[in-house]
Design a protein. Sequence first.
Lengths: 230, 556
Amino acid sequence: MSEQSSVTLTLTLDGKPVTFHEGETLYEVATRHGKAIPTLCYDPRLAAFGACRMCVVEVEGARTPVASCTTVAAAGSNVSTTSERIEKHRKTLLELIASENPALEVDPLRGYASQELATLVDAYDAHTGRFAGEHSGRSKIEDDNPFILRDYDLCISCYRCVRVCAEQEGDYAISILNRGFHTRIATEFDGLLRDSACTFCGQCIQTCPTGALADRKALRFAEMEMIAAD
Amino acid sequence: MTSSSNRALIDQWIEEPAPLLPILHAFHDRDGYLSEEALREIAKALRIPLADLYGTVTFYHHFSTDPDRPQTAPRVCTGPVCRLHGSQDLLDELADQGATPMACAGRCDEPTPVLSGHNVYIGQHADALEIAPSLLPPFNPGGVEECVFSAIREPGRAMLDGYRRTGGYEGLAQAVGAMAPAEVIELVRESGLAGRGGAGFPTAVKWAAVADAESEPKTIVCNADEGEPGCFKDRAILDHDPHAVIEGIAIAAYATGASRGFIYLRYEYPHTYSVLERAIAEAYEAGYLGDDILGSGFTFDLYLRRGAGAYICGEETSLLNSLEGKHPFPRNRPPYPVTHGFEDLPTAVNNVETLAAASHILRKGAAWYQGLGLDDRAGTKVISLSGDIQRPGNYEVPFGLPLKTLLYDWAGGPLPGRTIQAVTMAGLSGGFLAGDDLDVTLDEPGIRAKGSFLGAGGIMVFDDSRDMVDVAHNAMEFFAHESCGKCFPCRIGTQRLTERLNGGGPADLDDWLTEVQDIGYTMKELSACGLGMAAPAITDSLIRYFPEQVEGHVKA
Ligand SMILES: Cc1cc2nc3c(=O)[nH]c(=O)nc-3n(C[C@H](O)[C@H](O)[C@H](O)COP(=O)(O)O)c2cc1C
Ligand code: SF4
């Protein structure tokens, strides 16, 4: 253990002095001190990626807000996790994200899936219809494997599935196709999961923040329950 | 002719650093596309997950995975200047040969380039396409002293003999023979040289950071990706004065303690690739590269790598990922490449022009270079000037030269009967300047005061016959096409701005403006790299200078 890592350092967080350890990110410091910073591409099990930019905070002296997930905390800095400027950016981001998918309402059948995105869009009242334009997702309905539903109409390209598959499972079954607005999640040669290195471990379903990935077994079960209830 | 076996193509490169790109190119060149079989074999040999490799290949515009769109099918430049010269018609004329469009291919001084395999043809009609050498930079009228171009027009300068005859490799000999690395850095510091690739970072500070970094081996990367639309200076320098760049790289390596280096050259410059291949071989032969350079005990190896069509790979961290064979998303910074660059080791990434200037500075001194700028400004900048202007070309200007002197006195002004409506800055990344703001001097403080920046020095001129909303739409389409897709504001924002410049978005002018400005504000402040931060300069400056054209567009 290096000498410094045990040293306790201080910074100012939303006006109050807080302590942190060398190497902690601003996101880690803030959440440890009870701040609710919104994120979409973040998963504590994965290397910080810095894509969604929802977690931006203001650091005194910095020209622009910084992504708290990838910024290492510095002693003596003055950090605000919320401000008019930051909340405006977050709302714009959510409106942009809402504009890229045909629907935000995740089928109640998929209640097992994450509602991270839907919850944030509600919280920020971001379903405004602004920024309307082409949709980015493309559902992979032809992938009829019995385990994982791939409804990329709901995908927001956070690549959490790609990263969990690589970093946690070491399977590298999926990756990122194309670039820009046209990126998609795909296996090698854009084929089906069963022809890929996928082991159907389900980690990707768990980390997906939108419900684009869903557990088909759970869906079948929920469907049966609904029928029984009727 | 028998073609090489898969294994032979792989074995040719696998022991070298950064082997993925050359292996992919070897298969691409041999087969015309990257087949499933080829990718499976490459993935296995390099131990890259197949899905990763496939995804990475699809990132690059020019790699084909489709035998029906072979590597030899023509790619026609539809960049901002070529469009003015009817490149869309040329694309249509070549449709029966399977032609597809490509982003600005860096030949804005001679529209329109058509890339096919390893050849670039120039012309405006299908029956008049010819291979032509890069143009030499025009002389400036006042005989203003140059640095990077000071010897480029000497006959034979591109060959080792000609280069040596005109002072070549004297700077390197001086450095390795008579100076400590720290003295080389000090000399560069005194000269005031700063990065010429866009960001303008002081070169000596970068070199000192690499020299001071502890891990080894260290690396120099010469950034020859030149993807910014309207920029074609690095091509001219490399085609006509390749040894000046190689010498600059070797000097940088000596100063920083680097033992290996790369030139990362954009795909669209195949002729430059062969020029560099030959020049590097000559330099090795003569002892300017390799073991024990000029008997000094200093050893440095230089490798040439070729991109595959991605503007973002000019961004230094994306470039490093590309070299390493990874998905070419930019990296989060810090840490910076000076400590965590190629293979996570200390690396100096420098632009072609920066490195060429360094070799002149070593030979002629810091005070000489410093003194080339006007008033208190240090040095010179090569400007690639193109578009609606009498004499397009690369002009090396002293910092502080009035923009209008360049436009009117040096380059002859607009075409007869026309007036200049707007110019772009930093290629496209600085947006437009127009009206009274054309009264600026060419230097960063002057241009930044107008809300733009000089950057890599591409200036495209648009006269009063041009529809600026259409120009802006084409510019934003470029950024959308080249956005890597990593961060949300740029990935979605470039798409939405493109749509809004093409008839999409709200029909009400105020709503349209609010949407465009809100998107731009978030892109500028939140994007993860310079591409997304810069793109809204196009819409901001369009709205600032041309409100009537915007209004006409939205209401139509
Ligand atoms: C989107 C983007 C594209 C870039 N393209 C290039 C390029 O083609 N060539 C280049 O030298 N620098 C380019 N840069 C700048 C590099 O990141 C880096 O700053 C430069 O190569 C450093 O060299 P210098 O200090 O000598 O200028 C680009 C930057 C961004 C954000
Ligand atoms: S700003 Fe654009 S190009 Fe840069 S990282 Fe974000 S998506 Fe990629």
